[in-house]
Design a protein. Structure first.
Lengths: 195, 195
DNA sequence: GAACCCATGTAAGTTGTTACATGATTGA
DNA sequence: TCAATCATGTAACAACTTACATGGGTTC
């Protein structure tokens, strides 16, 4: 259900083609909501049939026509409604933790591998998030710049602040995972080699 | 794909009925991997047809027959194989963050509501996790007791330790989310009421 | 006798993944 | 010319949700 609204949200900044949406959902917004192009294209057509977006062919650079989608009034209204609604948190499904729970028959080496991979994974994410945060703050984040451009200066603090907050949330999460993995590795060492 | 292995993992502790598995996947294991009974029953039959588990009717208390599933050798082998494999981390899909990103047109009150709900949600989770952790450490966690019973005493430290680690991971995550939500609320206040 | 827990299921629908397809343009 | 990127799609499948069904037993 959320892809629909993630798309509407994205289009509330500026009209965008399916292709560019797909790119962003694999990159910047992908850090909050990933979706593949095979899911995005049909969803956009569905949104159009619902009257929440309209589309038009743009043929700026000739030979490469794009279908660009823009939010309608009804689309904007439905987005606002969704935003006001409280989130319903999805159930937890964490394969990493499940493995850890049952890894007690495996060699300690395997457990260590898992935990290092976990740390590495979140270190990589953290690096990206930190870069994005710097770009947000320096005002060189393209989507944010576009969003600010259509809004009064008095709101800029809030608009930027919310994006910064969202990113900081991801950063806090990544750091928690890294710290946990490090503690876990240290514990494993002490367990393996007692005194 | 992971439900299959979560079930095998669970059955590696002791034979269990579909009903009890469904209960646990909504409760204790549910804190790592949730699944509904409508997903579990068919999956168990599929596992049986693959020869990874076998089942038998147990009719201890008469009038209430249960089908109990037990792991086969092949099931145990496939579980071990899966456990050795590195996790592939699923893409991020975080409706809460998406909302926050686009809430910059909503009244500040709505944003505050979202953040408090977020904090409350993770406070509730944290309370449960902390209780489970105490039970794990006190040795009154039923599944853990059963698992320890079939294993040599020399391994008990590792077996318990891994469950404790997994729980501590959830605890760290919940705490990170709570701290973040509190920072966010404080920032919102300062933004709303400058100086 | 009503309401609830036990125990297991079906069926329809939604969401997301994977594999494949196509044709055009750009750069090395 | 070969590979990569642009731009859009279809089709089959896997995972998960929601709603409904059923029949026994227990408790108030």
């Amino acid at each position: 259900m959320s892809l629909k609204y993630a798309l509407l949200g994205f289009l509330s900044t500026e009209p965008t083609s399916g292709y560019d949406l797909a790119r962003e959902f694999g990159e910047s917004l992908g850090w909050f909501w990933y979706a593949s192009h095979t899911q995005i294209y049909p969803e956009l057509r569905r949104l159009e049939s619902e009257g929440l977006v309209t589309s038009s062919m743009t043929d700026d650079n000739p030979g490469k026509p794009k279908r660009t989608y823009q939010l309608t009034e009804r689309g904007a209204a439905e987005l606002r409604e969704w935003l006001a609604q409280p989130v319903d948190y999805p159930p937890v499904r964490d394969a990493e933790r499940v493995k850890l729970m049952f890894l007690d028959t495996a060699p300690v080496e395997v457990i260590r591998e898992h935990l290092s991979t976990h740390r590495r994974h979140h270190e990589d994410l953290l690096a990206v998030y930190l870069r994005q945060l710097r770009e947000l703050r320096r005002g060189v984040f393209p989507r944010l710049v576009k969003r600010l451009a259509r809004r009064p200066r008095s709101e800029h603090g809030l608009i930027t602040g919310l994006k910064v907050l969202a990113m900081q949330g991801n950063i806090a999460r990544a750091r928690a995972e890294i710290a946990w993995a490090e503690d876990a590795l240290a514990w494993l060492e002490s367990e393996e080699d007692p005194r």
